[in-house]
Design a binder for this molecule. Structure first.
Ligand code: MG
Length: 378
């Protein structure tokens, strides 16, 4: 076997395979602090690497997705959720000839700004910071990658490309008091960003079914009430035959639920993207270019409603999230009462003290928040 010398490959060679509606790195709007090109890593690969090497990314391993601190450790955390989104989004991007590197970076960063204890933690921080602009996880994600991560000598944050920053800010409903109107400053979404959105929602709706069954909050029998479940069950029977029963059957149906939705999404999106000549054309569209077929979209909304009613608002989930919410409140009040408890790096003289407290608490993992509270109480 002969090994080709490195110089035979151009780092951006694979971009010649991209569709005209994909984001090509040579058209990037660049970084806030200009940097030279890397000898062998294209710009979005560098973005991806910076996200993976950030402290905030590592902390996702110990942050709640939906199920807090359960007796076993099989359920998803924010990190494993993120990885499921990444692999699904990359598969879709590759099939649609979108920029897979950019898609991967966007998927890796999409939940970076989440505080401990999932949406309960977010709700608590939002209420506590109302006087200084509130708290929202996308806006916090932007703060992390623009200001708070501190690893590079020449700039604050990670200095990511504008395309990755856009993907975060376009999801943000509020700017948390920075005064910037985020959605006006940025153009509308690239197809790569839309792929991550849908991959996120397919991932969480299916893995939350799986986790909820494991925690005996729902049964596979309950799910039979849903059209999408029966649709996936039929597919499962086609693939594995009628004899598959019990847990294996449920797992088979969940697999078919993911596979069927991803397949449907690829077909529908390919039809919507056909004939588009540029990313500008994608951004000008009034409706998404990445979508499920309408029938499947309708069935999926029904599943989402079911999850809200039966899982997210179930006693098992809300009891633990309420405890998390209260803990966030107690930490916040205690630091406000004794400002010396706030580590030096979170004192930013140009911003209100409360913003620093929110940054500190948002950075915590579930277990670190609990440990910090025990120490404060002692
Ligand atoms: Mg997510």
């Amino acid at each position: 076997m002969t090994i080709e010398p490195d110089s035979m490959f151009e780092p951006t060679d694979h971009e010649s395979l991209l569709a005209p509606y994909a984001m090509h790195s040579r058209h990037s709007r660049g970084r806030r602090y200009p940097e030279g090109e890397h000898p062998y890593r294209p710009i979005y690969v560098r973005d991806r690497d910076r996200i993976i090497h950030s402290a905030a990314f590592r902390r996702l391993a110990y942050k709640t997705q939906v199920f807090v601190d359960q007796p076993n450790d099989h359920h998803r955390t924010r990190l494993t959720h993120t990885l499921e989104v990444v692999q699904m989004a990359r598969t879709i991007a590759r099939r649609l000839r979108l920029n897979e590197d950019l898609t991967e970076a966007i998927a890796l960063v999409h939940d970076l700004g989440h505080p401990p204890f999932g949406h309960a933690g977010e709700r608590a921080l939002d209420q506590l910071t109302q006087s200084v602009g509130g708290f929202e996880h996308n806006a916090q994600g932007l703060r992390l990658v623009e200001k708070l991560e501190s690893r590079y000598p020449h700039f604050p944050g990670l200095n990511l490309t504008r395309e990755v920053l856009d993907s975060i800010s376009l999801h943000s409903k509020q700017s948390m008091g920075s005064g910037e109107n985020l959605s006006e400053e940025f153009p509308s979404m690239l197809a790569e960003s839309q792929v991550v959105d849908l991959a996120d929602s397919i991932a969480y709706s299916t893995h939350d079914i799986d986790d909820a069954i494991r925690h005996q909050i729902i049964t596979s029998g309950d799910l039979r009430a849903l059209e999408i479940w029966r649709w996936a069950d039929e597919r499962c029977e086609e693939v594995y035959g009628e004899d598959l029963v019990g847990k294996q059957r449920t797992r088979g149906v969940i697999r078919c639920l993911i596979d069927g939705q991803v397949g449907g999404l690829i077909d529908e999106s390919r039809a919507r993207l056909a004939g588009m000549r540029s990313t500008d054309e994608v951004r000008r569209q009034r409706s998404p270019v990445i979508a499920l077929p309408s029938e499947l979209g309708r069935m999926k909304s029904e599943l989402r409603e079911f999850l809200f009613l039966r899982v997210y608002r179930s006693e098992v989930v809300t009891k633990r999230t309420r405890e998390g919410e209260e803990l966030v409140g107690r930490l916040f009040e205690e630091i406000r009462r004794r400002p010396s408890l706030l580590p030096e790096k979170y004192h930013r003289p140009e911003e209100p003290f409360e913003r620093g407290v929110a940054d500190y608490i948002a950075s915590m993992t579930d277990r670190y928040a609990e440990k910090t509270w025990r120490e404060m109480e002692a």
